[in-house]
Design a protein around this ligand. Sequence first.
Ligand code: ADP
Length: 218
Amino acid sequence: MRKEFAVIGLGRFGGSICKELVDQGVEVMAIDISEEKVGNFANIASHAVVADTTDEQVLRELGLRNFDHVIVAIGDDIQSSILTTLMLKEIGVGYITVKAQNDYHEKVLRKIGADQVVHPERDMGRRIAHKILSNNVLDYLELSDEHSIVELVAGDTLNGNTIIDLDVRARFGINIVAIKRGRDINVSPQATDPIQKGDILIVIGADSDINRFEKNLM
Ligand code: ADP
């Protein structure tokens, strides 16, 4: 059975979620209080609706209770975001993802039962900070407060070494889970595969261990 999705709030964040879901072949109902925003999505989404989602009756009329996943991407208007989430929860939506503006907003959203709370600006800010701090870090995904997956570019020191030579698990407590070389990606690198300068290593571990690895070997 096809899943039904709705995106509420068609700003930059909600708008790009909506477009990407449509590109992936999913049916999406796009909702915003602004007629202009909805107009921009009339030809993109399966249904584009002008509505104020802080009105419970409106949510019921839109049939949102039957949706599997609703994304609340209302930006600065924290009150509307909270009210909308609360009522979506009350009418029984299966799964609700909400964009939080700050930590307090996140706390309230979790309390009222949002299934997933995302902080796109904060997370993107952190990722960019990691890239700025190191020439070797291409990308970074936070797994917990202390653990990450990081993409590192192999420098001269690593050139020609194998994972065995480097003994990364014992010395640094990290794992090299994949190696990208040009267009190829090796998702189960052998310990005896030589690394070349310019390879992109995808490394998982504690942040402090990844930092040590990078400082010592990159
Ligand atoms: P972004 O930072 O993602 O661009 P915005 O604050 O620009 O976020 O976008 C939030 C969107 O949510 C706006 O298009 C706004 O019209 C919409 N919105 C705000 N309040 C409501 C509401 N009560 N019901 C429906 N949509 C709303």
